[in-house]
Design a protein around this ligand. Sequence first.
Ligand code: GLP
Length: 269
Amino acid sequence: MNQTNSQFENHRWSENLLMKIYKEKDHGSAYVAQRLADVISEKQKAGKKAILGMATGSTPKGVYRELIRLHRDEGLSFKNVHTFNLDEYYRMLPENVMSYNTFMKEHLFDHIDIPAENTNIINGDLELEEIENHCAEFEKKIYDLGGIDIQLLGIGRSGHIGFNEPGSATDSRTRLVNLCEITRNDAISDFNGLENVPTQAITMGVRTILDAKEIIMIAWGNKKSEIVQKTFTGEISADVPATYLLTHPKVEVILDHESSAFCNKMLPM
Ligand code: GLP
């Protein structure tokens, strides 16, 4: 079932995957923020916790801006929310300006009423021998809270989700990984030179991500059009870890006109 309205087109890509193509990425971000807000409110009404999987990078910034607005102007409370972030660079002090810990505070946590103890971000400043335990505890915490209700994802130009680079196994769990060349190159401007870009990261595994009850993946702009096309028109394979999303029972993919360029040739408009 394909639907069009003035702001977006809906494409039922498969039984499990809905693709929404927005004319403006702000509208797409507002839609995603509202989906998260709905999960939070539903859980609140039922007296339950909402467990959200969070992403970093430039892609989700608009979603976080809109969540802050919903909190400020429309009274959305995050008191019942627990968050788990996808990844963190290694080795990285949590208080470093380039850390994802800092990113989340700046772009979301410092502006809403989420209790600090409910936010979970991997510590990138561990000794090598501490990592395995830390990752196991992170996984256990998600499990003990009943699993992630909704996981937000961007996509890297390498095809990574979280920092699961090409070659990542479908049953991988939270672990230390090496960053591939494309990913490190894409981070050069953030870090002021390739030599400053970390070579490793700790990331939720593919299986950790696929265990989420629902997944929303977002991609904006020309820069992502090639990898988006590869993801949704190629074989499911470790070469493009984002293709594993096609095996999940409930995924929404939020695109803009540029990132969805390949659809123009494939889908009736
Ligand atoms: C980053 C993150 C990913 C993110 C991706 C895309 O490095 N670790 O979780 O989805 O790469 O980043 P951006 O949104 O800046 O394009």
